[in-house]
Design a protein around this ligand. Structure first.
Ligand code: CDV
Length: 321
């Protein structure tokens, strides 16, 4: 057995004016409670240090800067790293990153039980829109405020296993999990901020929890990995965001799930050896995958006509005798 006790630290709303230090103190409280309940690793949501600021249009780029971290740890976040080191617990957290060359990323890091950063991921699938769209009840300006991640989907050997990270909208895309699965990921950590109301498609609203659960479960099952989904939940600055934080096993089952829309620890002890049974049988990639038949997956970004598809994958044009 290779047990890892993981705590999905669902976080309730963070107000616009809440200070970084107040939020870090709150996150440390969750960390202490997780440690008391035996956790080796605590996972915080996407952009966990501030309110979900892409819901506002800021005309002046300078107004944005207060939401971003220029260093990690920085003066206000260092106490989180120190608490982790003192308690001997690892963590993963999402935050807005502003690099030295001025690039903005939606980032997550993995920190080991000594308080050292051992992995970084920058969000690749950025949802929403780039321009101000006043008709919406609220904005979702991730495409404006972040560049697409440039680190790919990497795995990190830590906590006695192989860990991958993804962020929010990434969880809806099978490619995310498959790229991590092909590198042997045994646990994928995914923080999210998901408004229940989807302005361009309000007919999806009632299905938010269903969609969350099916993508996390299928990502886990189809790639023989645990998946930890962690929400920033509740009504934040007037916008209801879904909770539903959960831990899915390689069986495809949810083994622990939040019951509130506020601060809540969702904890499970995950035996990473459970991944092996699926990876050695139905999802033994090296025996059963047929990448030669998947040319369209990387050969086009959007839908193509059947004729265009044949140019990308000549097998689609072959006479069927
Ligand atoms: N933060 C996100 O990436 N949110 C998206 C919403 C906008 C659909 C999500 O996929 O949950």
């Amino acid at each position: 057995m290779r047990p890892v006790t993981v705590a999905a630290a669902q976080v309730g709303p963070i107000a616009l004016e809440t200070t970084r230090s107040a939020t870090v103190t709150r996150l440390i409280g969750l960390m202490q409670r997780a440690k008391a309940r035996g956790a080796d690793l605590i996972v915080y949501p996407e952009l966990a240090l501030t309110t979900f600021f892409p819901r506002w249009y800021f005309e002046d780029e300078a107004d944005l800067d207060r939401f971003y971290e220029r260093q990690m740890p920085g003066p206000e976040t260092r106490p989180l790293f120190e608490a982790a080191g003192d308690l001997g617990i690892g963590f993963s957290i999402g935050y807005a990153e502003l690099t030295a060359d001025g690039t903005r990323f939606n980032t997550a890091i993995l920190v080991d039980t000594s308080g050292a950063i051992v992995g970084k991921y920058r969000k690749i699938h950025l949802p929403g829109h780039r321009e101000h769209e006043p008709w919406r009840a609220f904005q979702h300006l991730e495409k404006r405020y972040f560049a697409p991640g440039n680190l790919g989907f990497r795995v990190f050997d830590a906590f006695g296993g192989r860990i991958g990270m993804a962020i929010c909208n990434d969880r809806r895309w099978p490619e995310t999990y498959r790229v991590l699965g092909l590198q042997g990921a045994e646990m994928v950590l995914i923080g999210y901020n998901t408004p229940i109301h989807n302005p361009p498609a309000p007919e999806h609203d009632r299905l938010s929890w269903h969609h969350n659960e099916i993508v996390l479960q299928s990502g886990a099952y189809q790639n023989a990995t645990f998946v930890v989904g962690v929400a920033k939940a509740g009504v934040e600055e007037g916008v209801p965001q879904m909770g539903g934080s959960l831990i899915a096993a390689p069986t495809g089952e949810t083994i622990a799930q939040a019951v509130t829309e506020g601060d809540e620890l969702v904890i499970a002890t995950c035996d990473l050896d459970l991944c092996k049974s699926y990876r050695d049988s139905v999802f033994a990639f090296e025996r059963h995958r047929e990448p030669g038949a998947y040319a369209l997956v990387t050969g086009t970004k959007g839908p193509v006509t059947p004729e265009e598809a044949q140019k990308i994958d000549p097998a689609l044009a072959r006479p069927d005798d």
